[in-house]
Ligand binder design. Structure first.
Ligand SMILES: Cc1ncc(COP(=O)(O)O)c(C=O)c1O
Length: 454
């Protein structure tokens, strides 16, 4: 299985092997740029690189671990009780309250991972055999697996230039069996939520936001997670804030929250939630244990307080780079549904096709800037186990309904997604990049772009 975020050290080790050939060639659609600028010899062709060392981003959250997280973990150790329920001052509960406040939602629940958050949210939405769920063709395995593991049928929609689900490719996939749409806000980009919510309202289907790769992202002033009926995210290492692992389910709907609470904890509802929900309105049902432990809660309680600062730094750095290259002739940046709310994780360009993208990235790496195509997700319909509809048991309900038997995955169901992922690439940003670092990225992109489009 590929890693959620590319291991950049490993990735960079491959750069030398990739480099070598001249990349001076023209790309379709780009107008001619200044000839003098194009004369600067690229590092890949033997010129002087913009940087001697290589600039690459690191996981964001751990760069800001300090006494807040340290004291939180120590408190849990000293309490000799890392179990969330049997104590009055639960760190998990404090994290849940802070996170709900931060996102502007009524309820937040800490769980063990983004994957178990997805299972929990699917259970809250009562997704089961015969139900269809619409997902983007490019996202993480867990979005597909969660649907299959509750017996539902995943239906893929294409992404657009934002790398998130294309709202225009959703409606014609809705059937009387469609129960939910899962817009995933990927690589720091914000899914275009207004048209998605409009379609959901029209067809009376639920929206489950997956903001794992865009925690802290905003859409038209609202935090992601507060727009759909329910939302989930991961706190795994590659996410905006992290405890190594962890996840959350958030919602404004008390009944969805009660169902999530029960599903994540053996069908039970416990204090202080018992009091908050007056014992609850739902009967218990078969469930799981996806409870967050107190160590994770302590770290995440600290990290939530740093979320705004991390997002501000990322956004400022990405803007500095975008502004520094905006005048390049014919430049096509990644589409943004809300430039203010975009997290600033990437400065990605549309290079027209894979060949030009790969040449651009090789040349940028030779200049000392780690560069990559879109990562952290998979083109799911072409993954072998998905294309072959593999399940843990041959009688699994997902693919034994008439619709499940008829559905075909594979490259034919997402040609546009494959093309967009192939032609997109650029730089992953870091909240701790300095002004000089950002200026080097600008210098390197300009140098390579002008040479390629001379
Ligand atoms: C979009 C998305 N959803 C869900 C997950 C699953 O999260 P976890 O790894 O915490 O289970 C990930 C993880 O990378 C993700 O990127």
């Amino acid at each position: 299985m590929s890693e959620p975020m590319p291991n950049r050290r490993k990735f960079l080790a491959t750069v030398g092997a990739l480099g070598g050939a001249s990349i001076l060639m023209s790309s379709p659609g780009a107008s001619a740029a200044s000839a003098s600028a194009a004369k600067e010899k690229l590092a890949i062709d033997g010129g002087t690189p913009v940087r001697q060392d290589t600039l690459y981003s690191q996981p964001y959250g751990p760069q800001f671990y300090d006494d807040v997280e340290r004291q939180g973990v120590l408190d849990v150790l000293e309490s000799r009780n890392p179990f969330r329920w049997w104590k009055d001052d639960s760190k998990v509960l404090q994290f849940e309250q802070l996170y709900a406040q931060q996102l502007g939602v009524k309820h937040a629940l800490g769980v063990t991972s983004g994957t178990t958050a997805l299972y929990t949210a699917m259970a809250a939405l009562e997704i089961g055999p015969g139900d269809e769920v619409i997902l983007p063709a490019w996202t993480w395995y867990a979005d597909y697996d969660a649907v299959v593991l509750c017996g539902g049928l995943p239906v893929f929609a294409e992404i657009d230039g934002s790398l998130s689900i294309d709202p225009e490719d959703i409606e014609h996939r809705i059937t009387p069996r469609t129960k939910a749409i899962v817009p995933c806000s990927l690589q720091g980009g914000v899914a275009d939520m207004d048209p998605i919510m409009e379609i959901a309202r029209k067809h009376k289907v639920r929206v489950l936001e997956d903001l794992s790769q865009c925690v802290g992202g905003r859409y038209h002033g609202q935090f992601l997670g507060s727009i759909g009926h329910i939302a989930i995210n991961s706190f795994q290492l590659g996410k905006t804030i992290t405890a190594g692992e962890g996840g959350a389910v958030v919602t404004n709907d008390p009944e969805l929250f009660e169902r999530a609470l029960r599903f994540h904890d053996v069908g039970a509802i416990r204090s202080p939630y018992t009091e908050q929900f007056n014992g609850g309105v739902l009967a218990s049902f078969a469930a799981c244990n996806f409870r967050m432990n107190e160590f994770t809660g302590a770290v995440l309680k600290g990290q939530v307080q740093k979320l705004d600062m991390i997002c501000q730094r990322l956004r400022a750095n990405a803007k500095r780079v975008r502004d520094g290259i905006a005048d390049l002739p014919g430049l096509k940046m990644r589409k943004m549904s809300d430039p203010e709310g975009d997290l600033g994780v990437t400065v990605f360009l549309d290079h027209g096709d894979r060949e030009h993208r790969d040449k651009f990235l090789r040349a940028l790496r030779a200049e000392g800037i780690a560069a990559s195509g879109p990562g952290g997700s998979v083109i799911l319909p072409v993954d072998e186990r998905i294309e072959k509809k593999m399940t843990v048991h041959p009688d699994w309900p997902t693919f034994n309904t008439p619709q499940g038997k008829a559905i075909q995955y594979g490259a034919e169901c997402c040609p546009r997604t494959i093309d967009i992922i192939d032609r997109t690439g650029g730089v992953i940003m870091d909240p701790n990049f300095s002004e000089d670092d950002c200026n080097d990225i600008v210098k390197a992109i300009r140098k390579v772009y002008l040479a390629m489009h001379a």
